[in-house]
Design a protein around this ligand. Sequence first.
Ligand SMILES: [Zn+2]
Ligand SMILES: [Zn+2]
Length: 263
Amino acid sequence: MSETGFRLSVFLAIFVVVAYAELHAARRPKVGDWKQRWRINLSILVLDVVLARLTVGAAALFAATYASQFNLGLFNLIGLPFWANAILGFILLDFAIYVQHVVTHRVPLLWRLHQVHHADEDVDLTTGLRFHPLEIILSLGYKSAIVLALGIDPWVVVLFEAVLNASAVYTHGNIGLPERLDLFLRKFFCTPDMHRVHHSVIREETDSNYGFFLSVWDRMFGTYRQEPALGQQAVVLGLPEYQNRATPDFWQLLTLPFKRLPR
Ligand SMILES: [Zn+2]
Ligand SMILES: [Zn+2]
């Protein structure tokens, strides 16, 4: 199976499973017009995929292949065996994404792009696919630089990207696990209840739970928050600036970073 086929299969499988679970066991009642949100969020996804394909979509895999062919990057220079490259590469890529997420909340210019993700008035699996195309392109460039600097194996990059996409769909799902299972899993991995806190309109809650796949970074760096102050059912999601306003449409979202002032 090709790299694209593998990634697409993993994505479609998790999308169908989470969509089914949302339909039959939603964690919270829907907020706003979900059909309109799905139309907007999925349109952004299509635009992201097309623009990424036309630009730096394959950059991380290219960087990994280049590094392994020419023996570049830290892991290749010190001759790490494949298994160590795989484990360390995967963990450090996840850490890099955590750092990137913290930085996008702290740097006003990057927050302008990232607010497109947070402006969603409800959170479901399609929110996990809603990122401004410039944020996606910047993120791909950043990931590629890390892959090249560390010399991460191409297979590890393909696996990581598939896991990251699947995790983005899963952790944004309007679904919940039994409380004890959720709290146990959270010791290692992000769960939907954990990431929902990150989408609260309350600033301190938005600036917590930055992890996408592994939850250990939030615990390690003091950005972990167990529950929203109002609880999972009553927490208001989105950004305060967009409460009680008409939902921004597709074009308004694309131009949002260039119009509104950051926080
Ligand atoms: Zn965020
Ligand atoms: Zn999110």
